[in-house]
Design a protein around this ligand. Structure first.
Ligand SMILES: [Ca+2]
Ligand SMILES: [Ca+2]
Length: 639
């Protein structure tokens, strides 16, 4: 039985006999010690709303999250405090708002809790410490603080746990990668520079079943801890790493989503016309030019279903341990995920795709099975909620709001705060059915009405009829963060024009899908189109001077394709041999396109783009060497 108040047992003895009778009943019924609920704290990495209870993707197979939803309260309007692994997790574990600490993005600084150097967080009592201070054994496993499968560092704080699996500074167990031949075949089928190295932005099955997965091992550990006999209540934090990239899970999960049936997420091609540029459009360019969108959706869905299976094992194990009746379950994801919407991949924005998360609470004796709460809540609320559910005093630093009132009454329970998400300088405010986004850098403001526009396509911030609601959201952001918002009538930033219908439009915007389609059509016509994405990609800075280019083995012809980078550079080909040489551009499909002939002793200056390949042959068209243009003018000696 859980209690949320400290009310004394109401004994009103009328007679000694009656008192004795009730006292005996009380003694028989009561546990030997004051009972405290156990806590099973499940952190999922990068899981967005593509799960049954949130309906973000019609094809997602998540039977175990569906089951969890039926056990307690589903928060359907839950958002991360910060859409990046590190900042999100620090906010959850400290209860301090990212805009207060200034920790609003990822860091990769080696081993140890670097976030403790932040003056606001140096001495803060973390969630696990709080439970330890109140008589709990606090154990962690897997990714709770920031760490990555391929990064040897971790932001975990070993001093805040009684034990950690597998080890506090290496919280994610070893994870096997897909077979090399599969990776190579996939690389060969794609051109241009793939985002991230080592195929980490990849989606292939591993040649293992569930027990070969690192998350499986974390769950095994959590189950073994649940079963142990112990004097103290437990706080078990289990971190599941999938569906974080790389989307590599056993083949059976890929098989659940036949590629030809996979649906792309709902999206609008020119969605970024009325908003800020998140700087990650080159990822979408690479996906689009290689026709990888569906494959990526499939990999993400497969990874979600795998993570769901791991959640199922935790739920089953808790049931089998006999402790479900006195264990609070909280499940949350550190942030959402763009899968190509708004020409973005992963997170790092303050739109719904990045901020909306799965969040569930099961509190025996408090929550009703199958309840739904649509009020805006935040991961910042997890700490105060758990502290309240365990009848402990809330530490002073907490800036979120206990959700106990909403757990008891999901529709009418008191809720004061909006859900605010901060990523670097950008902030999003989510209320019951509005989202406000403000970028203090470009000064652009956004306002979306979720009653009509769940995809957040139509920015209403510059419409006079929505001025009052805009003011309300500006004031909410000012109330809870140090951000200075604009005041008065919203004015479009310089690079935007105001349209007659009071929407705004970026003057030089060109959708990536259109740019890629045009370049592909040109290639099909046999025209060299080394402009893939040129109109939209961020301008790289060209290095001064001229660099002699290294020769690439001519046997690589057929394996290399031009694309990716878009900076204009010049290559000078000097023919120092005694015979005529031919110059070819290798197009985006990997084919030769002849550009020039160079006589002995002559030179040719050729305009091209960084990331593009050039082939030199002898007069019989036998390949002599391949050269790749870099972010600098290049020199090629033909000998
Ligand atoms: Ca994450
Ligand atoms: Ca839009």
């Amino acid at each position: 039985m859980l209690k949320t108040s400290n009310k004394k047992f109401p004994i009103k003895p009328r007679t000694t006999v009656a008192f004795g009778f009730f006292a005996i009943l009380f003694i028989l019924d009561a546990p030997a010690k004051p009972q405290k609920p156990n806590v099973l704290f499940i952190a999922i990495d990068d899981m967005n709303d593509w799960i049954g209870p949130l309906g973000g993707h019609p094809q997602a197979i998540t039977p175990n999250l569906n089951r969890l939803a039926k056990m307690g309260v589903t928060f359907r309007n839950a958002h991360t405090a910060s859409p990046a692994c590190h900042s999100s997790r620090v906010a959850v574990m400290t209860g301090v708002r990212p805009s207060t600490s200034g920790i609003t993005a990822n860091v990769f600084k080696g081993t140890g809790p670097n976030w403790r150097k932040n003056p606001k967080l140096t001495n803060v009592v973390t969630l696990s410490q709080h439970f330890r201070n109140h008589g709990y054994t606090a154990m962690g496993g897997g990714k709770i603080y920031h760490s990555l499968q391929w990064w040897n560092g971790s932001e975990n704080d070993p001093d805040t746990w009684d034990s950690y699996f597998p080890e506090p500074h290496k919280p994610i167990p070893f994870q096997v990668r897909p077979p090399t031949k599969d990776v190579q075949a996939h690389e060969a089928s794609c051109f241009g520079r793939r985002p991230l190295g080592n195929h980490l932005f990849g989606w292939l099955p591993v040649a293992e079943d569930d027990p070969g997965m690192s998350d499986y091992k974390v769950v095994e550990w959590a189950l073994s801890e649940m079963k142990k006999k112990r004097d103290k209540p437990f706080f078990i934090a289990a971190g599941i790493f999938r569906p974080h990239i790389p989307w590599e899970v056993p083949a059976k999960y890929f098989d659940m989503y036949p590629l030809d049936k996979v649906q792309l997420p709902a999206h609008q091609e020119d969605d970024l016309a009325d908003t800020w540029d998140h700087g990650r459009r080159s990822w979408h360019q690479w996906v689009a030019q290689n026709d990888q969108w569906k494959q990526a959706v499939r990999g993400y869905l497969a990874s979600i279903t795998f993570a769901d299976a791991m959640v199922g094992r935790l739920l089953d194990g808790l049931q089998q341990s006999g402790r479900a009746k006195d264990t609070i379950i909280v499940l949350w994801s550190d942030h959402g995920m763009h899968i190509g919407e708004k020409e973005n991949w992963e997170k790092f924005t303050c739109w719904e795709e990045s901020t909306r998360i799965p969040m569930f609470v099961v509190a025996p004796g408090i929550t009703k099975a199958g309840s739904i709460c649509d009020r805006p809540v935040s991961t910042l609320d997890i700490y105060p909620t758990l502290a309240a559910l365990a009848n402990t005093e809330l530490p002073e630093q907490l800036e979120g709001e206990s959700l106990v009132a909403l757990l008891k009454n999901p529709k009418a329970g008191k809720r004061v705060q909006p859900a605010i998400s901060s990523y670097r300088r950008i902030h999003g405010v989510r209320t019951d059915h509005w989202r406000y986004v403000f970028d203090p850098g470009s000064k652009i403001e956004e306002l979306y009405d979720h009653r009509k526009d769940q995809g957040e396509h139509d920015n209403l911030a510059y419409m006079p009829e929505h001025q009052a609601i805009l003011e309300l959201h500006r004031s909410l952001l000012r109330k809870y963060t140090p951000v200075k918002t604009p005041e008065g009538k919203a004015t479009p930033p310089k690079s935007f024009e105001r349209l007659p219908n009071n929407r705004i439009r970026r003057t030089n915007y060109f959708p990536m899908a259109k740019a890629v389609a045009e370049a592909k059509a040109a290639n099909k016509r046999g025209e060299p189109a080394p402009i893939l994405g040129r109109k939209t990609a961020p301008t790289a800075s060209k290095k001064p001077g001229v660099k002699k280019l290294a020769v690439i083995d001519p046997d690589r012809e057929g394996k290399v394709r031009s694309g990716g980078n878009v900076l204009e550079v010049h290559l000078t080909f000097r023919n120092q041999s005694k015979a005529k040489a031919l110059i070819y551009w290798i197009n985006t499909s990997g084919d030769r396109v002849q550009y020039n002939e160079i006589n002995p002793g002559e030179k040719v200056r050729q305009r091209t783009y960084s990331g593009h390949y050039w082939l030199v042959t002898d007069r019989d068209k036998k390949a002599l060497g391949i050269y790749k243009a870099e972010n600098q003018d290049g020199l090629v000696h033909i000998r």
